[in-house]
Design a protein around this ligand. Structure first.
Ligand code: DGY
Length: 305
């Protein structure tokens, strides 16, 4: 059986996959183009995909009728046309839970870097600008007693809430049943943890941003298109909100150029799950999903029933 892995993954996962069949790993140090992807998957029984791969019916057809599983090495699977794959009898899996703490840690890292101006201070020193301590120098915002608004109260949202409570914050949620507008009005920090779906695309648009407090911060560690990035740049330039911490972008790897110029924006390149431990667990989980399906069993993490 042929197993196609679209980007390098930790060796431990390859060891598990090699026990199942012939493993082909893309050696391109970049995402494959759609044409390359279709070529690479020909004859595959399993595809181990990354969040930057668009896996649709055409890719499944290019693989052939023997394709049985697509194991996405990510918790999000907005890159996969699940109905098209299910229609072709292909199982789709993801890697939940193992990245919850890493992503919550990074979310909090962005929050602190932003509210305490850590990245800005680092830039100031590296620019060798003159400075001296005084009581009004580079003041940030404290977190104690402030309100964190979590949009998308799943595993990661709850893990962020636990961290916030340890910092003395009050936490409010908005999900399917609680209105987002109420949260936007009261939150000092809004943190996004909902998956990207047609309903959540541009959930944070110009109107939502104008509903936030002028002193509030926005953090996005879920998927870029949940925020209208151009509207965010407008809102920051108009001082409608106090700052933003972004790990994900609407057109990754591109970043809205105006955001790059702003001191009250902290940016990281999609590092939410990027620890050695977590990325290894994610790849191993994907390999276990492949093994379960190819061995005729139930997948560990199907994204559909
Ligand atoms: C995911 O898993 O969906 C993250 O965005 C990448 O780790």
């Amino acid at each position: 059986m042929r197993i196609v892995v679209t980007r390098r993954v930790p060796e431990a996962a390859l060891v598990e996959l090699r026990a199942l069949g012939e493993v082909v790993v893309s050696d391109a140090d970049r995402p494959l183009t759609q044409e390359e992807l279709q070529e690479a998957v020909a004859g595959a029984s399993a595809i181990v995909s990354m969040l930057h791969d668009r896996i649709d019916g055409a890719v499944a057809d290019a693989a052939g009728p023997q394709l049985r599983v697509v194991a996405n090495v990510a918790v999000g699977y907005d890159n996969i046309d699940v109905p098209a794959l299910v229609e072709r009898g292909v199982v789709v899996t993801n890697t939940p839970d193992v990245l919850t703490d890493a992503t919550a840690d990074l979310t909090f890292g962005l929050l602190l870097a932003l509210t305490r101006r850590i990245a800005e201070g680092d830039r100031l020193l590296r620019a060798r600008k003159p400075w001296s301590f005084h009581l009004g120098f580079m003041l940030g915002s404290g977190l104690q007693g402030k309100t964190l608004g979590i949009i998308g109260p799943g595993q990661i949202g709850k893990a962020v809430a636990r961290r916030a409570e340890a910092f003395g914050m009050r936490v409010v949620y908005s999900g399917r049943s609680q209105p987002k507008e109420d949260l936007l009005r009261v939150a000092d920090v809004v943190s996004l943890h909902c998956p990207l779906t047609p309903e959540t695309r541009h959930l944070i648009d110009a109107k939502a941003l104008s509903a936030m407090k002028h002193t509030a911060f926005l953090i996005n560690t879920t998927r870029g298109p949940v925020v209208d990035e151009s509207a965010l740049a407008d809102a920051l330039l108009a001082n409608e909100i106090a700052g933003a911490g972004l790990d994900v972008f609407e057109r990754e790897p591109e970043v809205e150029p105006r955001l790059l110029e702003l001191n009250n924006v902290v940016l990281t390149p999609h590092l939410g799950s990027a620890t050695v431990e977590t990325r290894t667990e994610m790849a191993l989980l994907a390999a276990r999903n492949v093994a379960a399906v190819l061995n005729g069993g139930e997948p560990v993490n199907p994204v559909h029933r």
